[in-house]
Design a binder for this molecule. Structure first.
Ligand code: 5GP
Ligand code: MG
Ligand code: MG
Length: 183
């Protein structure tokens, strides 16, 4: 599949599954079962879908799945921090424990905007779990409580992450061969 397009596999399917199980334990320890209401996972479409569904299944505590779609103005590979909501949450999160699930925090601009937006809705708590984080993310003051992997400053695809809507379906995280960008 996609033969010739993949330059190298950065994180294998097994590494992702192992890390997801680890993160699930950390999350479950912070949101024990028996609270008044279930934890709400807010997945940011479309990139976080694979991670979110695997994380929810790995969590030993109940969680409910909600989705948001945002568009960050910018090119295919960089974001500007100017964000528009394409699909909002279907429900009120007032008084609920909310965990934003992200595929990757790069500049952190999208997440920082999203945190501020969701905070105005008065959740009981608000935290972030991201599978990947890039070095630039530390420059922006976005607290990411749970991080799977810190990765180098390279454009990656797979496991939800796309390039021109392709490669999301790969079960691993990879870099692309230069010819893909050259078209
Ligand atoms: P940020 O606002 O943190 O710069 O990044 C926001 C979004 O840009 C991410 O949720 C993701 O959709 C996209 N993005 C950032 N880095 C990468 C990358 O290496 N690969 C892909 N496919 N998307 C990325
Ligand atoms: Mg994302
Ligand atoms: Mg994308």
């Amino acid at each position: 599949m996609y033969s010739g397009d993949i330059a190298s596999v950065l994180i294998t399917e097994q590494d992702i599954q192992d890390k997801t199980a680890e993160l699930a334990k950390l999350v479950a320890a912070d949101y024990p079962e028996g609270g008044e209401e279930d934890l709400i996972l807010v997945g940011v479409l479309k990139g976080a879908v694979m991670f979110m569904t695997d994380l929810a299944r790995a969590l030993p505590v109940p969680s409910q799945l909600e989705f948001m779609a945002v568009s960050s103005y910018g090119s295919a590979t960089t974001s500007s921090g100017v964000v528009r909501i394409l699909k909002d949450l279907d429900r009120d999160i007032t008084g609920r424990h909310v965990l934003i699930v992200e595929d990757i925090v790069d500049s952190g601009l999208t997440l920082s905007w999203l945190m501020r937006n969701l905070a105005t809705r008065n959740p009981a708590s608000l935290a972030v779990c991201s599978l990947l984080r890039k070095p630039d993310a530390v420059k922006v003051d976005v607290p990411v409580a749970y991080v799977g992997f810190d990765i180098p400053n390279e454009f990656v695809v797979g496991y939800g992450l796309d390039y021109g809507e392709r490669y999301r379906d790969l079960p691993y995280i990879a870099t692309l061969a230069p010819h893909v960008y050259e078209g």
